[in-house]
Design a protein. Structure first.
Length: 389
């Protein structure tokens, strides 16, 4: 009896069977009870077109709705959906890195800046028993989340109506004929049936034909970039310095990394390379540590981190003088918490010294004296040799 609420038929709105089951119930029929079966709705997660889907879950509760008395103003009675200690149950909406996405948003498939993934939320009503015909209402509520950068659907509450009617094949057997998920708790009214003169039908008072397929959440992201500059007359601009990147308060999942050249990544970097694409993985605790080796002019950029994450970028400057965040266009702090915008930071390492030219000046007179003395000795030795002949 599993039916997807996104495929609700027009019978939800017409309810012509309501009139027939009212007549049957007046005859005190001994109905065969039915369970509530299973249904589902969709949960959409919208992200930037370049972002990965994170490993996150969204939770929901399901409870009995508020009953509405019938009769007044031709209204149809709405009963509270039965609830037991173990039923009904509702699953989480689970998203994982690498799952399929669709371009655009659920509301606008032409938006090239966005994409979205879809997860199904299953509702199990098989543990609930319905013993009489009627419309039964449940309330579904999305729980608030603490995920970085994620905004829940603006409307946290949905209303699930189950239409329980006698079976067409056996009027004494009940069955759930329709599931209707709506954004508002709308009552039913009796109106003339334009297709059957002299008869009536029941329909939702507000927006009779409007239904919903589920919830839409959105993830907002930012980028983190850092670079290295090497200066000084005694500096080696090809020397690579080890950088440590610590990410915290991020959503678990995979994040792409752009590097200025492959040599920035080494075996101990804790970075995954796959066909020229570099990624880091944030664990279930929301943290990740990665290492990069930057020479003069090298850059690293981590894409699509969730808003609200925290970071630190540190380096091993060795015997160079290090100054943080002083490269043009890379002046953001080297640590940040609850980050809401793109960040760009840097380190400049300097090795400058005075060339010891004074040593040459001081030893020059001594060297000249030695040369003159040597020349005199050679001259006198040569003169004695000539006199001997």
């Amino acid at each position: 009896m599993k039916r997807n609420v996104s495929k609700i038929l027009a019978i939800v709105m017409t309810l012509a069977l309501v009139m027939s089951f009212a007549a049957v119930s007046a005859a005190a029929v001994d109905y065969t009870a039915t369970d509530g079966g299973e249904t589902s709705f969709q949960k959409n997660l919208v992200v930037d077109s370049t972002a990965q889907i994170p490993n996150v879950e969204f939770e929901f509760t399901i409870a009995a709705g508020t009953p509405v008395a019938g009769g007044a103003d031709n209204a149809l009675e709405i009963k509270a959906g039965p609830v037991t200690a173990s039923a009904p149950t509702i699953t989480t909406a689970a998203f994982t890195s690498g799952m399929a996405t669709t371009a655009g948003t659920p509301a606008d498939d032409t938006d090239t800046t966005k994409k979205f993934a879809v997860a199904n939320v299953e509702i199990d009503l098989t543990g609930v028993t319905f013993t009489a015909p009627g419309v039964y209402r449940y309330v579904i509520t999305e729980q608030a989340n603490t995920l970085s950068g994620v905004t829940n659907d603006a409307n946290a509450v949905r209303y699930l109506d189950l239409f329980v009617f006698p079976s067409e094949s056996d009027p004494t057997e009940l069955e759930v004929t329709t599931y209707s998920l709506r954004d508002t708790a709308t009552n039913f009214e009796r109106v003339p049936d334009e297709n059957n003169p002299g008869q009536y039908k029941y329909q939702y008072v507000t927006n009779p034909t409007v239904k919903t397929s589920g919830y839409t959440n959105e993830l907002e992201t930012v980028d983190l970039e850092f670079t290295k500059a090497i200066t000084g007359n005694q500096a080696d601009k090809n020397k690579q310095f080890k950088f440590t990147l610590n990410v915290t308060d991020a959503n678990p999942g995979v994040y792409t990394v752009e590097v200025s050249r492959d040599a920035v990544v080494k075996e101990d970097s804790n970075v995954t390379a796959n066909e020229g694409v570099y990624t880091i993985t944030v664990g279930a605790d929301g943290t990740c540590t990665a290492y990069f080796y930057l020479a003069d002019g090298d850059t690293v950029k981590v894409n699509d981190l969730p808003k609200g994450y925290s970071y630190s970028v540190t380096e091993d400057a060795e015997d160079y003088q290090s100054t943080a965040a002083n490269v043009p266009n890379y002046t953001d702090p080297y640590t940040g918490s609850d980050v809401q915008d793109d960040a760009a930071t840097s380190y400049t390492n300097d090795r400058t010294g005075i060339i010891p030219t004074g040593v040459i000046i001081m030893i020059a007179p001594f060297v000249i004296g030695l040369l003159v003395f040597g020349a005199i000795i050679l001259y006198m030795s040569s003169k004695r040799r000539r006199a001997a002949y």
